[in-house]
Design a protein around this ligand. Structure first.
Ligand SMILES: *Cc1c(COP(=O)(O)O)cnc(C)c1O
Length: 466
């Protein structure tokens, strides 16, 4: 299996190289040169497998010769063992023909754990085979940092340092990062804003001698392996509801377009998916695109679903590449125009093609709270604000008679204030968070200064290279 860049001007690579590279050199995103396709008999053969096995077999189609199936099986079993539910990604029925796929039973109670738990293990495996190490640096405003730390903690060949703005994350968010005491994890509270933290990370990548010395890498959401690791739960839930002999729809609360892109990939592989229903909060660039071909950036509005407070959905570029007939030059030109003008010129034919499969639904905070309240009253089910937006999209847009699966992306206990406002109850804290306030914390504090932060990264890396 070989991978090409969406901008058409980067070297063709295999799965392991794409995993380590992240972004392609031409600024594009890697996608498979050809999509694997399964027939009905092959889908049927996957039905009923334990999730870890199903996941390994799907990933194997993308890893090709770069990583053997028995290895993927072992990595997948390790990743699934970090989840608190024996089904890993359980399917729960909440209404007639409406189901929720709970993706939040991992170490940090967010769907990003599903892909990142696999990614950390894939990194370790590939680096071990090459006798190499990497240093991962990242900035977080809250949630993504903890999922990355949980994925890398204790890995043999990875050091990870995450910067957060001092005093500007919630205490739960900070503690989810700073109570991970593995020697290969560093947390730095920067005297500054989230933007300052992001600028420091960019500056570390731009400091070539430092970047080479630390072998800097990233695990952000444009990494192809993260998309690949999200495909299996779409396959598993569709098979459970009768695929390949019955169509399904998926409803996905969307930010960077990574989760719903994995659903598109499953469909491209031949899974019978009738429609993809994209939920947005007040930051509704995707809903506007799907309704009226208006992909134009506005200011980011803070909402009750912060992981979807995004204006530029970076993984959309992978869909754009397909809509433009896999023309790398056209994709590069469209992205350049988007960056320059804030408006993406998508040709009418391509937009119509997207509309035939995707539809968008916008849910502001009031509608989000209303959906949480309605669901709790009708079915006794508590959804977090992100998941509620997907469920609202499913209610509004799902075609009659087609079973629809809404992706639940965060545990409701992470958003107790919103849940209490919406339905007057406080969701119980899962066992793995129950002792969070008693655990020892470890983090350094640094001024908003590149040299000071680089020294702290160097110290974390030095701890482990004995
Ligand atoms: C990251 C995230 C999303 C958005 O997923 P994308 O893949 O970026 O579209 C939605 N909900 C939660 C809770 C998240 O953490």
């Amino acid at each position: 299996m070989r991978y090409v860049s969406t901008r058409g001007r980067a070297p063709v690579r295999d799965f392991a190289d794409v995993l380590l590279a992240g972004l392609a050199e031409d600024g594009g995103l890697y996608v498979p040169e050809t999509w694997p396709e399964l027939g009905a008999a092959e889908w049927r053969a996957l039905a009923g497998l334990p999730y870890a096995e199903l996941s390994a077999r799907i990933l194997s189609l993308f890893a090709g010769e770069a990583i053997a199936l028995p290895t993927l099986r072992a990595l997948s079993e390790g990743a699934c063992a970090s989840f608190d539910h024996p089904a890993v990604v359980p399917l729960v029925q909440i209404d007639h023909n409406l189901f929720v796929c709970e993706l939040f039973h991992g170490p940090t109670l967010a769907f990003k754990d599903v892909a990142l738990q696999m990614l950390g293990r894939l990194f370790d495996h590939v680096l071990e085979a090459r006798g190499a190490r990497v240093g991962i640096v990242g900035a977080t405003s809250g949630d993504t940092g903890s999922a990355a730390i949980a994925a890398c903690a204790g890995r043999e060949r990875i050091d990870i340092v995450i910067l957060h703005p001092r005093g500007r994350t919630s205490e739960v968010q900070r503690r989810q990062m700073t109570t991970v005491l593995a020697p290969n994890v560093g947390n730095v509270a920067v005297e500054g804003s989230f933007d300052d933290c992001q600028d420091l990370v960019k500056a570390m990548f731009a400091d070539r001698p430092f970047r080479a010395e630390m072998r800097l890498s990233a695990v952000n959401s444009i990494n192809w392996a993260r998309i690949a690791a999200q495909v299996p739960y779409y396959v598993a839930s569709a098979l459970a509801l009768g695929a390949p002999d019955r169509e399904v729809c998926f409803a996905v609360p969307t930010g960077n377009f990574g989760n719903v892109l994995a659903a598109w990939v499953a469909r491209r592989m031949g899974l019978p998916v009738r429609g993809l229903l994209v939920g947005s909060n007040a930051n509704d660039i995707l809903a506007r695109f799907l309704a009226a071909n208006d992909m134009s950036q506005t200011k980011v509005t803070p909402t009750l679903s912060p992981s979807m407070d995004i204006q530029v959905s970076s993984n959309f570029e992978r869909l754009l590449f397909e809509l433009l007939g896999r023309d790398g030059a056209a994709t590069a030109a469209t992205m350049a125009e988007f960056r320059a003008s804030g408006r993406m010129p998508v040709p009418d034919a391509a937009w119509r093609q997207a509309r035939a499969l995707f539809s968008g639904w916008r849910c502001d905070d009031a509608a989000t709270l209303a959906e949480i309240g309605r669901l709790h009253a009708a079915a006794g089910y508590i959804a977090d604000p992100h998941s509620a937006i997907g469920i609202a999209a499913a209610r509004a847009l799902a075609p009659k008679g087609i079973p629809t699966v809404a992706m639940a992306t965060a545990h409701p206990a992470k958003f107790p204030e919103a849940i209490a406002r919406a339905c007057g109850v406080t969701p119980p804290l899962p066992a793995r968070l129950a002792t969070l306030y008693e655990r020892e914390e470890r983090y350094a504090t640094a001024p908003n200064d590149l040299a000071a932060v680089e020294a702290l990264v160097r110290a974390t890396v030095a701890r482990n290279v004995a």
